[in-house]
Design a protein around this ligand. Sequence first.
Ligand code: GLY
Ligand code: MN
Length: 358
Amino acid sequence: MSRISKLQKKFKQLYIDAFLVTNQKNIYYLTGFDLLQGDGCLLITPENAIIITDDRYQLALEEFESDEVVATISRDYYGAVNKICEGLNLSVLGYESTISYQLFDTLDELMTSDIVPFDHLIEQMRLIKDSTEIAKLREAAQLQTAGFEYALSIVHSGMTERELAIKLDYWMKMHGASSSSFPTIVASGINSAKSHATASDKEITDGDVVTLDFGYYLNGYTADMTRTFAVGSIDPELRDVYEIINEARQQVIDMAKVGIHGNQLDAAGRSLIEEAGYGDEFNHGMGHGIGLDVHELPATYAPGATKVRMKNNEVITVEPGIYIPEIGGVRIEDDIVVTHGGAEILTTAPTELLIVGD
Ligand code: GLY
Ligand code: MN
C-alpha cells in the first residue's frame, strides 16, 4: 500500500475528511516531489493527493510521473485548498501542528471547513524505514565514510578548521551529495570541548584532537557521523577518554534491538561513562532518529526516555561524548538500523583511535 493510501486509511479514526501537508520533508515523503519549504502544500483528500503550488513548478510537475498525485497551479495556495474542500464537501481538515502562527492565522481566516491540528502524524509514519529508505541511508552512510577517509588524507597541522570543512564539503558534493544537513563541526584542541562548535579560523595544530561531525544528503536521505582523531600526538587523559567513548558506543550498539526502551539503551553507554567518573562531562542525549531530517523521531533517547521503544527498521544515531573544558573532547557517532536481531551499523568508518601525521 502506498504511503498516501496509508494516510487516507487513517482518516476515519482521526475524524478528518482531508489532511493538509505543509512540511517540505513530509510532502517529499508522501509524493516524491521536491517542493521548497513554503512554496506550496499537499492536500490529501479521500480520493486524491493534490500538490498546490505556483507556476515556477509547472514544468517540473509536468515531468513528474505519478499515478497518485495531481497538481493545481495557483499563487493563492490556501485559497485553492479551501475551494477544493468546499467543492468536495470536506468539513474537517487536519493540518500539521508545526505550522507557523502566521499560516495558522491564514487558515483560520480562510477555511470554511473546521481545522484540526495533528502532532507529528507524518513524522510517525517516517519513523519506520522501508527497504528503499534503508538502502538510501546505507548509501548516504557509505559516502560519509568515504568522505571521512578523504578528510583524513588531507588534514595536517597548520590547516584551519574552516579549510577542512570547506574541502570536505566540496568533496562530498563532487561525489553526489546535494547538501549538508547541518553546518559541519570541525572542533580542534580546546574547541572540541564544545560539543556543538562550528568550524572556526583556528589552525589545527600538533597535539590537537579533532572532532569532525558532518552529515550530507544523498538521494534525499542524510547520514550523520562523528569521528574524533588526533594530530601528531594525544593528551594521555583524552586517550583514556577515547577508549571509554568507543566502548560506550559499542555497548549501546550491542544492546540495540527491537523492544528496548530509549532510557535503557542510553544507560548501556552512559553507565560506563559515569563509572569512569565523566558523567557530568556527557551533556547530551545518546542519539536520535535520522532519515529525511538529521533529527527526526525518535527525537532523542536519553535518561528518562521511557516512552521511546525501539521498533523494527528504525534508524538512529549512537553518539556518546565526553567534553572536558580547557582540555578537549571526544565524540564518536554511528548511524544504525535497529532490527529484531540487533543493529546494523551503516557508518562503517573505523572507530579505533587514529593519530594522523604521527
Ligand atoms: N551530529 C549533529 C547532531 O546530532 O546534532
Ligand atoms: Mn547526531
